[in-house]
Design a protein around this ligand. Structure first.
Ligand SMILES: Cc1ncc(COP(=O)(O)O)c(C=O)c1O
Length: 250
């Protein structure tokens, strides 16, 4: 039976959008954000279509493990990191990169383990107030990670802009400034830009960009369509009209 309601995912559109994103951020590496079941588009299918990305970002360890189970070997970064030793062991065995956004996660990495050192992204809370360490705590965490044999060096440096879709919001410049200050002189790759930041703040593109919405053909900017940004819609919903009525005005 033909399904009554269905969503079609266009793998070619995903590839097109990845290239469109690359064209806007030349020289940057792309961490394709495929968390939350690839924004509802299907984790494994999207990962296969986005083979051309440089790495994948998911939120949690179980999402990363699902990728490995499907045979996907590409670099995977856990945007939430891990919270307990069992998760750390699973992440080590699977070779995941970790975002470290609080002191507990720094402490988890102190324990010795046999696997290859972890790729670590230390996250600065530059003003979004979601994940990350602020100022002095960020510096202390960075110093603590330096001596750890279980950590690959140099540590990556990450943050997230809260209002990147609002180009004129002064908070963006403040966040970029805080990131500059916290990371000045430190070695390591930088990553700040989600979709809106890729479009609005070239100075935030840095070494690694982290697009989500743009890959799926969605514009993060109010009043600007995906098509106007050169993107193709990835998901098409199909259904059938089940009734038509004619009614008198009013
Ligand atoms: C840390 C981080 N980076 C990047 C993204 C991608 O954001 P967007 O879909 O706005 O491009 C997300 C998504 O929530 C995220 O949590």
């Amino acid at each position: 039976m033909t399904p009554f309601v269905s969503a079609t995912i266009d793998a070619e559109a995903l590839r097109h959008n990845l290239e469109a994103v690359r064209a806007r951020a030349p020289g940057c590496r792309v961490m394709a954000v495929i968390k939350a079941n690839a924004y509802g588009h299907g984790l494994i299918e999207v990962a296969r279509a986005l083979e051309g990305a440089d790495a994948f970002a998911v939120a949690r360890v179980d999402e990363g493990l699902a990728l490995r189970k499907a045979g996907i070997r590409k670099s995977v970064v856990l945007l939430e990191g891990v919270f307990e030793p069992e998760q750390l062991a699973a992440a080590a065995a699977a070779g995941f990169g970790l975002v470290v956004h609080n002191e507990e996660q720094v402490n988890l990495l102190r324990q010795p383990f046999d696997s290859a050192p972890f790729e670590v992204w230390l996250k600065l809370d530059s003003g979004m107030n979601r994940l990350g360490l602020k100022g002095a705590a960020f510096a202390a965490a960075h110093a603590a990670l330096q001596g750890m044999p279980g950590v690959r060096h140099p540590v990556g440096l990450m943050s997230h802009l809260a209002s990147a879709d609002l180009k004129d919001d002064p908070e963006n410049a403040l966040q970029l400034e805080r990131f500059q200050q916290a990371t000045a002189g430190l070695p390591g790759a930088r990553s700040l830009a989600n979709s809106a930041a890729i479009l609005n703040f070239a100075e935030a593109q840095a070494d690694w960009i982290r697009p989500g919405l743009l890959l799926y053909g969605v514009s993060p900017l109010s009043g600007v369509s995906g098509a106007e940004l050169g993107l193709r819609p990835v998901m098409t919903l199909h259904s059938r009209v089940i009734a038509l009525k004619e009614v008198a005005p009013g």
